[in-house]
Design a protein around this ligand. Sequence first.
Ligand SMILES: Cc1cc2nc3c(=O)[nH]c(=O)nc-3n(C[C@H](O)[C@H](O)[C@H](O)COP(=O)(O)OP(=O)(O)OC[C@H]3O[C@@H](n4cnc5c(N)ncnc54)[C@H](O)[C@@H]3O)c2cc1C
Length: 471
Amino acid sequence: METGWIEALQAKMGEKMISSRSDLDTYSYDAAFGEFFPEAVVYVTNTEAVSEVLKIANEYKVSVTPRGLGTGLSGGDLPVHGGITLDMTQWPASVEVFPNDLVARVSPGTLTSEIHAEAEKHGLMYPPDPSSSNISTIGGNLAENAGGPRGLKYGVTKDYVLGLEVVTPEGEIMHTGGHTIKNVTGLDLTKLMVGSEGILGMITGATLKLIPKPAAAQTVMAAFSTMEVAGQAVSKTLTSGILPAKMEFIDQACAQAVEKYEPLGLPTNVEAIVLVELDGHPTAVQEEAEAVSKIMKELGGTNISQPQTKEDALNMWKARRLVSPATANIKPTRASEDATVPRSQIPAMMARLAEIREKYDLLLVVFGHAGDGNLHPNILCDDRDPEEIERVKQAIEEIFQSALELGGTLSGEHGIGTMKSPFLEKELGPVGVDMMKRIKQSWDPNNIMNPGKIFPDKGQRLILSRAVERE
Ligand SMILES: Cc1cc2nc3c(=O)[nH]c(=O)nc-3n(C[C@H](O)[C@H](O)[C@H](O)COP(=O)(O)OP(=O)(O)OC[C@H]3O[C@@H](n4cnc5c(N)ncnc54)[C@H](O)[C@@H]3O)c2cc1C
């Protein structure tokens, strides 16, 4: 980093920049762990401003950390090398729907839920639906390749991105892809950018694919006395010729936490609850809801219900969305993982998680997207207790190891960031990591974009508190 950059940036950005220590506090953390202060925060509201900031940063070799709404769960927003945080949240929200093309053009600071609402006005749907859709930006979703409950049937963010506007680390403005559904011109830089966690450039606009909104939807809820049988119910449904839009799983501790947080009628005396949503043509949806209810019953499911009003259905899904805030209330610290396994391995992964809970004597709760194998084991703990945190670290390492041994991945949707980077090579191997590093090096020769993410810094350990540990 060369001196003089703060002055150069101040001269260009004026009141759009802050650098006093007290103002920077808000930018020193995100929804994951660790505390790292930027040296300046710049509020950008248009592409040209992003370009100017990156040109200065590249000239002076200053780190730049893009920031949406800070809900990321892998530490992507943390300015681990200081420098500039580029705040995208003041950028005016904009969703321009082109109904005849079934696409929407959006600005980076737009809330995902605003895109859902605008698409629906045209009878269309933007399927990716992270549970954080009311509190996260599309820029953050694109950078993390966010998923969500509808991923089972409709896929994740990358499946709906047709084109991007990107500012490169050298400050050049670039357009990838376009407005068409098909496009095979050149290398697919759109796909490379989606999920790149802010290490390859700033996303300043996107063209998204929309689909017709399904005419009907029906929710089915069932409770099970054991996790194993709940896993079997998921497998049996998925091999029965029915593809639900969503298939979610909540364990007993999560259900109890939700009912304490806001009573919504979840059964709390069972080990597992499976929530299913079918969507499509009204007649097909009804038939499928009956078939799913039958499968659940045959496997010993209880409390099987199909809400008859939209409000009741929304309440059931609200209960699922409240699992995160409700469990966060139980203990001061929550380590939220998203290890993902092939669907056939869900019962095996559930068994491994039960063993890990016993072995390390931890409050390990599980919920998540059972239909696509993306479980969310959450360890509720207290980061002021070093002995407990040591057990949590070992447990998390074992969760990662189990997912990989079962043919899965470290992250289904939260990204690698700082949280999982020490484990990257375990999944990708040295050659895979090296190829990724070479891509990063050629895009960003001065390593200014979000350094310290995806690839671990030397000696980096799992971070599980705001106070940072380095060896
Ligand atoms: C309660 C809760 C529920 C959640 N549920 C889900 C879920 O169901 N599915 C899921 O996938 N995730 C979920 N998440 C995680 C999180 O919401 C997503 O990762 C989301 O995409 C982050 O968006 P954000 O605007 O908060 O981005 P941030 O957290 O601010 O940033 C995330 C990453 O994107 C980069 N970035 C942000 N904007 C840009 C940009 N314009 N250009 C380049 N890089 C950028 C940042 O540098 C960082 O690396 C949840 C989080 C919470 C707290």
